[in-house]
Write a protein that binds this ligand. Sequence first.
Ligand code: PMP
Length: 438
Amino acid sequence: MSQSPRSSLDAFWMPFSANRQFKSKPRMMVSAKGMYYQSDDGRQILDGTAGLWCSNAGHGRSEISAAVSRQIDQLDFAPTFQMGHPLAFELANRLVDMSPPGLDHVFFTNSGSEAVDTALKIALAYHKAKGDSGRTRLIGREKGYHGTGFGGISVGGLVNNRRSFGPLLAGVDHLKHAWTAGSEFTQGLPLHGADLADELEGMIALHGGETIAAVIVEPIVGSGGVWMPPVGYLERLRAITQQHGIVLIFDEVITGYGRIGDAFAATRFGVTPDIITSAKGLTNGAIPMGAVFVADFMHQAFMQGPEQIIELFHGYTYSGHPVAAAAGLATLDIYAAEGLFNKAYELGDYFQAQLHSLAEFDVLKDIRNFGLVGALEFKPGAQFGARGYQVFEHCFWQGNALVRCTGDTIAVSPPLILSKEHIDELIGALRAAVKTLY
Ligand code: PMP
């Protein structure tokens, strides 16, 4: 093997990355504290994305590292198949205390993708457990991102994530993307488009409601470009699914743990699904972990079967891992002690005003925001995604700020420990990028 640092970059096949481009000018983070990363060339880089929507309490939290290190010393691993350890139960109880009413049970995973596949499997198995085994159809939505498992990419609605991987799950439909022209530059939720949920009625008419197991949506679309739900849309989906006995799943992998105020978007929007998937902010990104919240009435359907038989043949070696559970508990303590779920309420208006001040630039096609998540969508350049990537690169190298590009959209979702000054700094980096580039 070659010893040169350049060729050593070949060994790690980077996920969702332009691997070849990266090697020509690597962007490397070497440490992080609070709102900032430090790059290998010694720059402080403002974290405009909470890592990948996960470090909601900021970086380098000593409370989490202390809890993790204590836990490794005390109990580094214990199986949770037919065994237990107290922290997994403690964390599940803490999570249930924060969850919307009725979502009283938690299934642990290691990631958002696993949380999604777990949710889909629980929905399918729930109908079977009730003797309703004709319900096998799953419905996702265009532009939806539900991780990279085969279940997740099947219900997901992003073509690049699907097209190389074969026929995928059978019996999956997709609702239309929930956005209507004319909603550009709306501050907060779009006023029009609730009726797009009625398309589900059409699918029910076509297939028969009794064949549909579950509908999965992100309350706010994240990786698909940051799209807010039109006012009344989620309510409408809830009403239709309820009426037809269809399980409604909210994928809250990015909206969970305070991103838009409250623990979950379900609470903020006042719409309670039957299952919520979460990950990322659960452990502040420090240790991988996901959690799936399941409604009590669904759980009951499994618990009423014959005893001694495993109720659900599903799980992971690391479900409820003690070290991840310790990180989760320490993270929830920080969120509570610092009131971080309120930050979206406290700073949301300021964030919105600053973000929308960029509307002065003609190159922008749209600006979207809710809570502490926002997006700038650029008019397409010569090649799809080129502008998004240029702005991302400019922010990183010249603006000392980390933003995320997805196509020609730049997404921002800063850690919830931020101040108005950090918002100014982030918007300043974006303004400078747009001014310089276009
Ligand atoms: N669902 C949503 C809504 C997500 O945003 C993500 C990750 N961005 C996932 C699922 C997948 O999570 P992970 O990358 O942890 O598997």
